[in-house]
Design a protein around this ligand. Sequence first.
Ligand code: SF4
Length: 341
Amino acid sequence: MKRIGITTTVPIEVLMAAGYKPVDLNNLFIGSPERERLVSVAERAGFPQNCCTWIKGIYGVCMEYGINTVLCVTTGDCSNTIMLMEVLKLKGLEVLPFAYPERPDVVLMQGALEDLARRLGTTLDKAEKVKCELANARQLALELDGLTWKEGLVSGQENHFWLVSSSDFNGDYREYERSLGKLLGEVKKRKPYPDNMLRLAYIGVPPVFAGGLYSFIERNGARVVFNEIQRQFAMPAPGVSLAQQYSNYTYPYSIFGRADDITTQLRRRRADGVIHYVQAFCHRGIGDIIFRHAINMPMLTLEGNTDFTLNSHVRTRIEAFIDMLKRRAAASNKASAKSEL
Ligand code: SF4
């Protein structure tokens, strides 16, 4: 199968129906042991210092890891992708644009999917069959999510990794299914996290320092029970068709749809606080204003740039936030004990 790079989560069913193997360029970049070098490849080519690290990383992997064809999302993800697409064209790559509809509408989505299928030389009927083939892998990802917040058997890091990987199933959905199925069997034998541990939600784009973030939070007495966008990548509301599935997917559309999903999940998952991650130089950072308006709960906004591990400034802010939540929980427990007397 011919590899096709993707710049964010896209309807991979259509790509697979057309005989392509989708490769999430973000995951390829962040999983690479030479991330710094990939960023410097982009900077040497002229990408400015004040351009988001993910964009530079995507460019770096395209240049260094033999990606010849890329599907670029031009509406519903990132305005920088449009110029990235032009640069990739200049460098001789085959670039296909894909635009999510401006709002989550099944009819509009159906049209966008049909158009994509036609351009790739396949049909939506074939893509719907791939949807059925992927259903089990998606179901396992959502089962893992349930075991994270309902049973306390899965760490925030594992939850992040498996959900974020569902954008391309690490290039092999059967292997994804096999390894995740094995893990689910193992985690059911684990001792759950203590009930009294603080429960945090992580919202925003995936962090550049995922490797250290979740374990650091746990060492400070809290754990992540909700990874917002990563969960969306796994398609928690698949519906009966691809058009429904990708209309229910909240990320490409208005931030108010995301806020509704987030507030529902915060209640269900009994979150004590929220970490909103924003990437330096990303327009999505402005959405912090909307989230602070919509979410009635303590929120820490963390910004990441090119540090792939947690720096001391970020560590201190996380420690102080968790400390504040602990004091808040203790005060609330004391108040309820008093009212019971
Ligand atoms: S983090 Fe923001 S600026 Fe960077 S690629 Fe994602 S949407 Fe674009």
